[in-house]
Write a protein that binds this ligand. Sequence first.
Ligand code: TRP
Length: 345
Amino acid sequence: MSDTPTDYKGPQRVLSGMQPTGRLHLGNYLGALKNWVALQEDPTRECFYFIVDMHAITMPHDPATLPDTVRSAAAAYIAAGVDPEKSTIFAQSAVPAHAELAWIFNCVARLGWLERMTQFKDKAGKDKERASVGLFTYPVLQAADILVYKATEVPVGEDQKQHLELCRDIAARFNRDYGKGEAIFPITEPVIQGPGARIMSLRDGTSKMSKSDVSDNSRINLEDDADMIARKIKKAKTDPEPLPATVEELEGRAEASNLVGIYAALTNQTKAEVLGEFGGQGFGAFKPALADVAVEYLAPISDEYRRLISDKAEIDRILAKGAERARAVAQPVVAETKKIVGFWG
Ligand code: TRP
């Protein structure tokens, strides 16, 4: 069903969001934000980047700190180069249209579709009877996030592919059931980052760099200073072999491959180019070079982040303006949808 052709003719809109939990790390930058920034530079696309605080409460959370974690994420977006003049930056909960559309989509999505979602199974753990109902319908809210702007492209990591598939199924089903031959919603394209941008843990090259990893040495955080970055890279897990000359020979060497991938992403090169320079050298030579480029890349971002985070009023002003712009786009879509399903004004 998700391959239903669409005659959708609306504008090109890009949308993506992140959870406000924890601090952002190098994986978020190279895997997502860098791409968001690149997309906003295309004048034919309108970009919407938001912080998913409504999704954040699907799991236990602290109401006292949630607003500051939203500010912190917004500051990180901006520090990474998302420009509030070019892109619309806002908190999800400031735009009620997301929740309104989510209810309608709860009645479009089928129980069977949601039961297949692997993220729910992972997050709910063994005792799924105790998971919130919100955690179960999380992907439906995500579909509403996307379609309330009629977003045509959503840059996300590989782990969100299944949720994007569900969003396409909901759009197609809605169009079929209510569209009278017209595509009300676009069939959104996921823009999946290539494996090169998939940044793995510094302690285990087979698991993703993550803010929830118990070991802080597994990731490079935005707040880490130059010494800390160098120390973490020095401690990063490797193997005893020198770096190979070709990408094929990185096969089966997850940690080596990850470090080469990070270097490549930081310097805008391919892994092959990095190996062209470092092939044959040991990690004793490669790690300090990697630490240097990581520090150089992150320093301006973390300086800007610190400046912004100390100015709450500035962040709040940006978020308020973003929310206003977002509401102006989302409200008419909800109004149109409500009318289509037969609701009161
Ligand atoms: N589920 C996404 C994640 O965990 C966050 C998210 C919520 C999102 N709504 C979205 C991403 C809409 C893209 C589009 O990363």
